[in-house]
Design a protein around this ligand. Structure first.
Ligand SMILES: [Zn+2]
Length: 72
């Protein structure tokens, strides 16, 4: 099974795995399934009122929650 990768600039290696780390550089909590991640996102919304996405991580292939990276 082939996965097509788009070439990424190598100047910022963190960019490739940014979804795996917080802005502080610490790894995010991994969730094994999408539903676990979504439950956690729901909880964060309930407790803190923060709107988070659940997404599959390209780095560890598990799920994380967080805001989408749109810049940097
Ligand atoms: Zn990850």
């Amino acid at each position: 099974m082939k996965r097509r990768r788009r070439p990424t600039p190598s100047t910022k290696p963190i960019g490739r795995v940014a979804s795996h780390f917080t802005r502080e550089g610490t790894p995010k909590s991994p969730y094994r399934t999408e539903s676990e991640a979504k439950s956690a996102a729901q909880l964060a919304w309930t407790l803190n009122g923060v709107d988070l996405n659940a997404y599959r991580c390209d780095y560890c292939f598990q799920w994380h929650i967080g805001k989408r990276f749109r810049d940097d």
